[in-house]
Design a protein around this ligand. Structure first.
Ligand code: GCU
Length: 859
């Protein structure tokens, strides 16, 4: 007799289920769709175990299978799918009477009904139902749920060679080596994730589109992506370059009003729809950052958008024409020049001339996804044009998925911002951004809502967990929830996502959402607060501090930090930008009495000792905010550690490392910005913290053997402006004599971790090794950054180190001297025209700090 015969059947089912769940390491790939067994499955015991779905389409089959899989896993009993059912069942049905893309969940004597207006809507209903179970909410009849807007897309900035512009989670899931990947499993899984939060479109290629995108060969390949998206109701869209009729069509022009060009786009659209019948449409970046556009022929954005729109119209496609059109060669010396003005200046004159299937895709703020910007005035300036909002889940300026920043907090703030646009009677009325992008604030002539929507630049990659930082997935989830319903409270988003992602343990539920909900403020607080901009290196990777990179160049991300004061004067006496807002809001921003502190420097140039509404001077507030925020970032570490054992070890450990990194990098930010303000303003910190760091030993000031000093650029990204580097293959040492009283301490080493090399460090006390680590991180700036600076600054903290006065503390560093440049040089750079650089990592060290024992107290 085999073992099997001795085991009761119910036990076997439970065992299979749990093996199924635990056998696969939790690498994050399941995201919020883990379907972990819930604690109190009993409350759903009356839920029928048969799912009846008569639908034949791929989406209906996917919906039924998703429901089976999710319920079986979460409730620990088997559910089955049937074509017909006797007795009570969960019935998935199409109901053509429901509004477009809508679903309804209701109960009656036959069981539970999940009705959808379309197969995709059935999927939305199923995912919503599974979410209710995962968060252990009661099953009730719900009123019909409909999305707030038609366009709910992600944009992926993937290049055909497999790299991703501003992608921070590995290479493309769609492309490799100039082609669509042979294996599109991940692309299909991604579409499932998108569908689970109601996203219905995905643009897969970079807005800086490859000129070859629309070649017949590529189109045939793109059709394969559309095929794996289709079961999930996600439509494929493509970014295109306006010069295509010339570059791949062989015409002598791409002038949008030229009949040859018009005909070319028409036949190209027909070719696309033959391959991809449900193709969603084009996204267009033109006349921006080096992309050619209609201005070359004296044509307008409407001329360009409409030629595409008319070609797509017979097939049902749309054009997302990006409002991100500006001149990146502005004159720094012109006090009236202002990049923020560009959106309204470029588009408002064409209001009313765009075809009905054109949507202007407007970034949330007038500059570029900074830690905080006011909302773009273009939302309120176009009254006869469809508009959609573009946000960025890819954390380009918000820590690049190495920092936790819960962006739905920011997006909700944007969506709720009331622009107070005048109505027909000329009086200001409630026009929050959400009412504009959902097409209600400025309806069509017949009173119906305009087409509008939500786009998230997302840039998932091949990293198992899609976005690298497990917490970053809350942003993708939250984007979908807000696009479906912009009135969804952010704490509801944080709670539900956390429970689905990390489980329903009470301590986890109490901790994770709280960490998320404060995180935007924390990041803003240790980077660029008061509306100044993130203060990152805008010329490079937009990751670490690089304050003055924003000034004195044509990019127009200026904050004009001068002797007399700081901030862009955008009042009517300045660039006049404020006047682009409707009068009531303009008046609020124009006056120092009413401008909110968190937007002050975006709009006004004020002295450093200007007194904020908070009662503090600007500069003191900068200092205080940076200390408080770096401390808050450091506290993520003990907060997270308190959850050890309540979360699976793989994801726990990965997330812990990220929080440890963030704690160290927040100190780099804090010190860079505070030192810069102290120098610039000449006003010391009233609390005597800035420039006075107890227990800190500059590497260049202690006894060094083999190390040589280097200047770090920009100066504020190294303590004292200098670091030490080791060019000796045998290694170098820094030695100091401990002054502190006997006890346990944290010893932190601030060093620079380049992408390429792996330097090794060890810390010794009286000749005995107490800690060792390798500088093996691959920080986001990745391949192109080989310098010690704000992007690579990293901290290692050894905790609980016993010291006594007179002890010798030694840092021993081994550089990575591998000189096979090709080996470490990324292929992309090796093949490019770029000058080969030295990719060796010379074990750079900034400082060592001895501080109180405990969890990463910032020093
Ligand atoms: C930012 C980003 C670019 C991107 C551009 C855009 O400037 O850094 O990589 O191409 O936005 O949105 O078009």
């Amino acid at each position: 007799m085999t073992m099997k015969h001795l085991v009761p059947k119910t036990f076997l089912i439970a065992a299979c289920l749990s093996v199924g769940l635990t056998a696969k390491a939790e690498d994050g790939s399941a995201a919020w769709l883990r379907y972990a067994p819930i604690a109190n499955a009993k409350q759903y015991e009356t839920l029928p175990a048969v799912i009846v779905s008569r639908g034949e389409s791929a989406s209906e089959r996917a919906a039924a299978e998703e429901l089976r899989r999710g319920l079986t896993s979460m409730l620990g009993r088997p559910f089955t799918v049937a074509k017909n059912g006797r007795g009570a069942a969960i019935l998935l049905t199409a109901d053509a009477h429901l509004p477009s893309e809508s679903y309804r969940i209701a109960r009656n004597i036959h069981g539970l009904h999940i009705d959808g207006s379309s197969p995709a809507a059935e999927l939305y209903g199923v995912f919503h139902f599974l979410e209710l179970i995962a968060s252990q909410r009661p099953i009730r009849d719900e009123k019909t749920q409909s999305p707030s807007a038609t366009i709910r897309w992600t944009d992926e900035w993937d290049n055909l060679n497999g790299t991703i512009e501003r992608g921070y989670a590995g290479r493309s899931i769609f492309f490799d080596n100039g082609h669509v990947r042979a294996d599109l499993t991940r692309a299909g899984e991604y579409a499932r994730l998108l569908a689970s939060v109601g996203i219905n479109g995905c643009n897969v290629n970079n807005v800086n589109a490859d000129l070859d995108t629309l070649s017949p060969e590529h189109l045939r390949e793109f059709a394969r992506i559309a095929d794996v998206f289709r079961p999930w109701g996600v439509k494929l869209a493509l970014s295109i370059d306006l010069t295509s009729p010339q570059t791949i069509g062989g015409l002598d022009t791409f002038d949008p009003v030229d009949p040859k060009v018009i005909a070319w786009w028409q036949s190209k659209a027909a070719e696309i729809y033959k391959l991809i019948p449900d193709f969603a449409g084009f996204t267009v970046k033109a006349d921006s950052e080096g992309r050619k556009g209609p201005s070359q022929y004296g044509r307008t954005p409407a001329d360009a958008a409409n030629v595409l729109a008319r070609a797509l119209k017979p097939h049902g496609g749309v054009v997302l024409y990006r409002g991100f059109v500006y001149n990146n060669h502005l004159d720094w010396n012109d006090r009236k020049a202002d990049r923020a003005r560009a959106g309204v200046d470029n588009f408002v004159k064409n209001d009313g001339t765009f075809d009905p299937n054109v949507i202007i895709q407007i970034k949330e703020g007038p500059i570029d996804f900074q830690a905080r910007e006011p909302v773009s005035p273009l939302f309120a300036a176009l009254h006869k044009t469809n508009v959609a909002i573009e946000v960025q889940t890819a954390q380009e300026y918000t820590g690049q998925q190495r920092h936790m920043v819960f962006l739905p907090s920011m997006w909700k703030w944007v969506l709720d911002t009331d622009l107070r646009a005048p109505g027909a009677d000329g009086k200001p009325r409630a026009t929050p951004v959400k009412s504009i992008v959902t097409g209600h604030a400025f309806p069509n002539a017949d009173g119906s809502a305009r087409m509008g929507g939500f786009i998230s630049v997302t840039n998932v990659g091949l990293d198992a967990n899609w976005l690298h930082h497990p917490m970053a997935m809350a942003n993708l989830y939250g984007f979908g929830r807000l696009a479906w319903n912009p009135d969804t409270p952010v704490d509801e988003i944080a709670n539900t996502w956390s429970t689905m992602t990390w489980g329903s343990d009470a301590a986890v539920r109490a901790t994770v959402p709280k960490m998320l909900l404060g995180s935007w403020q924390v990041y803003e607080g240790h980077t660029g607060p008061n509306g100044i901009g993130t203060l990152t290196n805008i010329l490079g990777y937009h990751f670490g501090p690089g304050i003055e990179s924003a000034e004195r160049n044509g990019w127009g991300q200026w904050f004009r930090g001068e002797k007399d004061g700081i901030g862009m004067d955008r009042t009517s006496a300045g660039t006049g930008y404020i006047q682009q807002y409707p009068p009531e809001l303009a008046a609020k921003y124009e006056s120092l009495a009413t401008i909110p502190d968190d937007l002050l420097l975006f709009f006004h140039h004020v002295p450093y000792d200007y007194r904020l509404h908070s009662g503090k001077t600007l500069v003191q507030s900068i200092y205080d905010t940076h200390y408080a925020s770096a401390l808050a970032a450091a506290e993520y570490v003990p907060q997270w550690k308190s959850l050890q054992g309540r979360i699976d070890p793989e994801r726990y450990t990965q997330t812990l490392h990220l929080f440890e990194f963030q704690a160290g990098h927040a100190i780099v930010w804090r010190d860079a910005i505070n030192q810069w303000f102290a120098k610039q303003s000449g006003i010391p910190d009233a609390m005597h913290r800035v420039g006075n760091d107890p227990g800190r030993m500059e590497a260049e000031a202690v006894k060094a053997d083999g190390f040589t000093p280097v200047d770090v650029t920009p100066w504020e990204t190294a303590s004292g402006g200098k670091a030490m580097v080791c060019h000796d293959a045998k290694g170098c040492t820094l030695t100091t004599t401990v002054q502190q009283p006997s006890g346990k301490y944290n010893v932190a080493v601030q060093y620079y971790d380049m992408w390429s090399g792996i330097s090794r460090y060890e810390l010794l006390v009286d000749g005995k090794r107490v800690a060792q680590w390798s500088a093996d991180d691959t920080l986001p700036p990745a391949q192109f950054d080989a310098a010690p600076d704000g992007q690579t600054a990293t901290r290692f903290t050894a905790q609980g180190i016993a010291l006594h006065p007179g002890a010798t503390m030694t840092l021993h560093a081994m550089p990575d001297m591998r000189s096979e440049l090709e080996h470490v040089m990324p292929a992309a750079e090796a093949n490019s025209q770029l000058r080969p650089r030295d990719y060796r990592e010379f074990a750079p060290v900034d400082y060592i700090v001895i501080g109180p024992d405990g969890d990463l107290t910032p020093q």
